[in-house]
Design a protein around this ligand. Structure first.
Ligand code: NDP
Length: 419
């Protein structure tokens, strides 16, 4: 019996909302609130008669703390699930603090305006001190820890697939398979084909910022940064086949380096096809990935936002995407004094996802764990005041829920390692 406020009504939220509605025993009432209320109403309409979850909708500008506070005070949820954009993480956390309500998200804070002087000064200091230059990092949200503890509420950060499930896989490997984990390679493979020459599988602005940033990995207690897409490997993914993959900076490396004791190296690889890379390089070269406004006549335009309008809406890719994703982690380390290696992964079929919730697998693999994270919080299975990443809790109930709610996982002993 719980009441959940979900902010955002895009690709990921669409799946999480479907899943909450399949899980009506836990989510008896949900409110879908987003910038464009008509999208919330359309989803409510689609789900009506198919669930016993009571759905309401609302319009909210999640950049505005006062608006959020009044929505939360009116609706009185047990928790807020943030499925808007990483730009809104801090305003939503502020509103949760003011109203004493738990907070859950799938992506760490990122500044929308990277030219903002105050933000830039903090960012540049962090780049020097930490050694990686991605625009997103956990420091902003980890800084809320004491405030959340004092308020007696919890923030659960990063309950998507990566971060999220990959982080829970890490906690599970440590709990059940290793005395000590030495290396983690997170492998994110999308073997799906949507038939467009170029499209992104989730919000284009967030996606393109992430993949055009320098790559980095954690090794022996510090970050090693390399030019974007400069480390390439091949891997033969179960149920997908051989794919090229590239090393990226990714946010769970930061939290796993802190929360997996003694880990020596953590890398993240994502697969890309040649067409995607060629398009991205070209867009970058001509300035279309810029996040600062440029003047076009009398109008200011942010190139990456214009690009987002031109590209296919990720939520519309579901029907035409065929193939499978395989996302997981390869762990090496020691158990009872012996060397050990395992691979934990999930395979998800784009068309199966579409049949179930009218979405492609990227939104599905994020939306299902978003619902599961919210369930862990509202049922009290994971609940302690403060700000936490998912790997800081008992992984077992989450792993069980993955099997039950559509993301079954497999463990392979002695997998082929990535060079
Ligand atoms: P979409 O762009 O499809 O959806 C974002 C939603 O947020 C839209 O409904 C949008 O409204 C709404 N929104 C944006 N700004 C505001 C605002 N100021 N106030 C209220 N609502 C707002 O994104 P996705 O669904 O693809 O991604 C959602 C989140 O999931 C992102 O944070 C993304 O980084 C994260 N993610 C995490 C992954 C993981 O594995 N951990 C993987 C993939 C995504 P409107 O409809 O008006 O545009």
């Amino acid at each position: 019996m719980s009441r959940l406020l979900i902010i955002g009504c895009g690709g990921v939220a669409g799946v999480a909302i479907h899943k909450c509605c399949q899980n009506s025993d836990v989510f008896t009432e949900i409110c879908i609130a987003s910038r464009t209320k008509s999208k919330c109403d359309a989803l409510k309409e689609k789900l009506s008669g198919k669930t016993s979850t009571v759905i309401t909708t609302a319009q909210v500008d999640a950049d505005n703390v006062d608006e959020l506070v009044s929505l939360i005070e009116n609706y009185k949820p047990e928790a807020v699930l943030n499925l808007a954009l990483p730009y809104q993480d801090l305003t939503i956390m502020d509103a949760c603090l003011k109203t004493g309500v738990n907070y859950i998200d799938t992506a760490n804070y990122e500044a929308e305006d990277t030219e903002d002087k105050e933000w830039r000064a903090i960012y540049e200091k962090r780049c020097k001190e930490e050694g990686f230059s991605a625009y997103f990092d956990y420091s902003w949200q980890w800084n809320y820890k004491k405030k959340f503890e004092d308020a007696g509420i919890m923030a659960l950060l990063g309950t998507g697939f990566d971060p999220g499930v990959t982080s829970v896989f890490s906690a599970y490997a440590l709990k059940h398979y290793f005395d000590e984990i030495e290396t983690i390679d997170i492998l994110d493979c999308n073997g799906g084909d949507h038939g467009y020459p170029f499209a992104t599988n989730f919000n284009p602005e967030i996606n393109l910022r992430e993949v055009s940033a320098p790559g980095s990995y954690w090794e022996n207690g510090h970050w090693v940064e390399v030019p974007a897409m400069s480390i390439k490997r091949e891997y033969d993914f179960p149920e997908v086949g051989m794919k090229d993959m590239y090393l990226l900076h990714h946010e769970e490396i930061e939290s796993l380096a802190k929360n997996i004791p003694g880990v020596k190296r953590i890398r993240f690889f994502m697969t890309f096809g040649q067409s995607y890379l060629t398009h991205m390089k070209c867009l970058e070269n001509v300035g279309m990935l810029r996040t600062d406004p440029v003047k076009v006549g009398n109008v200011e335009v942010v190139p990456i936002q214009l690009l987002k309008e031109l590209l296919p809406d990720p939520a519309s890719l579901g029907e035409r995407t065929v193939g499978k994703t395989n996302i997981g982690c390869i762990f090496t380390g020691k158990k009872d004094g012996k060397e050990k290696k395992i691979y934990i992964y999930n395979v998800c079929d784009h068309q199966e996802c579409y049949k179930e919730v009218e979405s492609q697998a990227i939104s599905y693999t994020t939306g299902v764990p978003a619902m599961i994270g919210a369930m862990m919080v509202v049922t009290g299975k994971w609940n302690k005041p403060g700000v936490y990443n998912v790997e800081e809790f008992d992984p077992d109930p989450y792993m069980e829920a993955l099997n039950k709610w559509g993301l079954p996982w497999a463990v392979e002993e002695n997998p082929v390692l990535v060079k």
